[in-house]
Design a protein. Sequence first.
Lengths: 170, 166
Amino acid sequence: MATTYTLIDKTEVGSGGTSSITFTSIPTTYTDLLVKLSLRGNDNSRVATWINITFNGSSSNRSWKRVYGTGSAALSESDTTMRLGSVNANASTSNTFGNAELYIPNYLSSNYKSASGDGVAETNATATQLDLNANLWSNTAAINEITFAPGDGTGWLQYSSAYLYGIKNS
Amino acid sequence: MAATYEPIATTTLGSSQSSVTFSSISGSYTDLIAVFNGSNDGTTQYFLQVGNGSIDTGSNYSTTVLDGNGSSAASGRYTNDTVGIRADYYATGGGNKKMSIFQLNNYSNSTTYKTVLVRSALPATEVVATVGLWRSTSAINIVRFTCTSGYYETGSTFTLYGIKAA
């Protein structure tokens, strides 16, 4: 039987950091995409930062909802962007990186693109965040590029990483 | 390297259907992943039913839901349910591109009741995490995506993957 779940590309951030992580020229040989991220943003004033998501460089026709827990409350909000919850920023506990994951089914489809993701910014403090996210890109184009940029600060710190996997349904 | 994540079956709807069933599922995997992406044509909720040999429609399901609708968070609890394991919280209309990932861990054992984790993204209406329980010690060898009313629309996709621990 065919094997699926194949590593397509990876980024491991080196010294000096990077302003964003982008996967380009994503092949059309898979059914779904899965991205696994370990990130720490460079904003020294915040414990956590958004991961802003862009498909094909487009910042239009996007919507997003999340439900999240802070350690003391469960809340929900929405916006006309796409986000993957929160990961650690540079005011959080040292050496701590936030984990996140994004699943994009039918990324080649001519339908609008849904994406589901989770993120966490764990730190040794009272307030932190766990996020569950729903994203929609109301565009019929196949996804060939994905960018992850921090919502606060100017980039991702060294030792951040992102792995892009392709999943085939046959 | 041994293959550990394998496609078992997939369906893309050529016309609207009220349910999609995958049967005769091999017990040779450790866990199952079921992925739905599509939409419904009416105001409906959708579910995953399971069984051994045939779909169980008895009151053997329970689900705990955590939901966010964009302005508030909510949690719901369903016990002795017959509809299956719930993937959403609100009944939503058509045209809402939805996706759900169901994780059926240790699905083929014949000793324990079966727990299912679900993450659903309905970007126009809600984001949902659920945990479901099927109170049966039977191995799961059949699953059915279903909904309360209406249909899954043309183009909706349903895929089942198997994961091997070794």
